[in-house]
Design a protein around this ligand. Structure first.
Ligand code: GDP
Ligand code: GDP
Length: 438
């Protein structure tokens, strides 16, 4: 089950980032310390009353010029509508209710998404100030009074958030459902692929109020299993969301990635590899997701007998930072190799969720260290006492060593490769956590 997403939206300066930091910094356990690619931190993993969810601060993409605030606010709200399970609209008691709040509230209300209205900067505890009541006019139900600076009311806010989170599936019955995010820069053919896969009838998604996210995502079932194609970019809408603002498209991609088990990183064969491709792929890599690199528009490439081999070789260099990811040359237009795509997605999802028994892991460790001796420095040799898998998605291994300093990257790489070879961990990043023990 993918973690639910809770998005914070609101005008500039109402206190969104203060609230975000308060929520992930203090009251909640921070699970996620993955370094991101976009340097503003907009994602945090949260837990409240035993429920886990991701919190997104859409304010990381704030407009500066005041004349574009409203249009950008709408884009921001649309992002939340597309990708969040619960939306927290933050307003400010000091500035009171303003027209932009009402505009955004109406938009959120129309989406049918659960929205919680937060009235921030209510710094004094007790009865709300008189101005508080005007926020009822937004039609979003009881506002929650919060002071993000002091932390008052954040517990009430989280209680409300948790109330609205989608029900947790019982047991593991969701285990077979694989969530797939198709990511890539504009025009590589993401929508074409989704349309191709979902078939003509299911492409039509209405924009009417009450459309739920599950209706926007596409569920597919085929010989390889059941899949959810995550749609954060409005892939199947006739008018695609305007992602002209680079930051928005990055956040869209990030939101899709967070919810996914597997990312299909799509590039355009007719254009070749670009910096933007590497940025998108980097997001999936850092999020620890299963990855497949889909080289689309293969139909439009002029080929002779060695074109694919040469192309692959070049791409292997471009994507050397994620050498575990398999490539697939396909065409959304003709349907070439789309079957194979699902086979790969399934395979990569299995790698990403793989759990390796400690005994087997330490057998591999023993063989590996016997074959290539661990490094030494000034007469001291690295000793790896023990290894165990701490978690999955991605597979994360804890290594107990005598000296972290001696555990050079190259030796980690070597071990990683031995583990990958032995257990067939294709298509997933893996992580090592190094623990020193005297
Ligand atoms: P954002 O633009 O919506 O992300 O707003 P910020 O989080 O950057 O906050 C804008 C300003 O409001 C900053 O000066 C914050 O210190 C202040 N602020 C945020 N929350 C509160 C609050 O609960 N009480 C008071 N008094 N000030 C706050
Ligand atoms: P998106 O922005 O990534 O969703 O890309 P689109 O699906 O809108 O496709 C962008 C353009 O590429 C459109 O003109 C498509 O018809 C074209 N296109 C998509 N897939 C293929 C393909 O496999 N082969 C060829 N030749 N064109 C394609």
């Amino acid at each position: 089950m993918a973690k639910p997403v809770v998005a914070i939206v609101g005008r500039p300066n109402v206190g969104k980032s203060t609230l975000f930091n308060k929520l992930i910094g203090q009251r909640l356990s921070i699970v996620d310390d993955t370094p991101g690619v976009t340097r503003d931190r907009i994602y945090g993993d949260c837990e409240w009353e035993g429920r886990k969810f991701s919190l997104v601060d859409t304010g990381g993409i704030e407009p500066s010029a005041s004349d574009v605030i409203l249009s950008q606010m709408r884009a921001q709200a649309q992002l939340a509508i597309d990708a969040a399970d619960v939306i927290v609209l933050v307003t400010d008691i000091r500035s009171g209710l303003v027209a932009t709040d009402a505009d955004i509230a109406a938009m959120l209300l129309k989406s049918g998404r659960p929205v919680i209205l937060c009235v921030n900067k209510c710094d004094s505890v007790g009865e709300p100030p008189a101005d508080f009541y005007e926020f009822y006019n937004l039609g979003l139900g009881d506002p929650v009074q919060v002071s993000s600076v002091h932390g008052h009311g954040t517990g009430d806010l989280l209680d409300r958030v948790v109330e609205y989170l989608p029900a947790e599936p019982e047991g593991e019955e969701d285990g077979e459902l694989i969530r797939v995010a198709i990511i890539g820069k504009p025009n590589v053919g993401k929508s074409s692929l989704v349309n191709r896969i979902s078939g003509e009838n299911r492409c039509i998604v209405s924009d009417i109020a009450g459309t739920t996210r599950d209706a926007i995502d596409t569920e597919v079932e085929n010989a390889y299993g059941r899949f959810i194609l995550i749609d954060t970019a409005g892939l199947r809408r006739r008018n695609k969301v305007d992602d002209s603002i680079e930051k928005y498209s990055v956040i869209r991609a990030q939101m899709a990635i967070e919810r996914a088990d597997v990312c299909v990183i799509m590039i355009d064969a007719t254009v070749g590899f670009t910096d933007q491709d590497s940025k998108v792929a980097g997001l999936a890599h850092e999020a620890g997701k299963g990855c497949v690199i889909a080289v689309n528009k293969w139909d439009a490439v002029e080929k002779d007998g060695s074109t694919m081999t040469a192309y692959r070789k070049k791409l292997e260099e471009d994507f050397s930072f994620m050498s575990y990811a398999p490539f697939l040359f396909l065409s959304a237009k003709t349907g070439q190799r789309i079957d194979r795509l699902f086979e790969l997605i399934k395979h990569v999802a299995n790698s990403n969720a793989m759990r390796i028994a400690t005994g087997m892991l330490n057998d591999v460790l023993a063989q590996a260290t016997a074959r290539v001796q661990p490094p030494t420095d000034k007469g001291k040799r690295l000793k790896i006492y023990y290894m165990t898998q701490a978690s999955t998605k991605p597979p994360t291994f804890v290594c107990f060593v005598n000296s972290a300093e001696l555990f050079h990257f190259s030796y980690q790489r070597y071990l990683e490769n031995r583990i990958r070879e032995t257990f067939g961990l294709e298509g997933t990043p893996v992580r090592f956590i190094i623990r020193e023990r005297g």
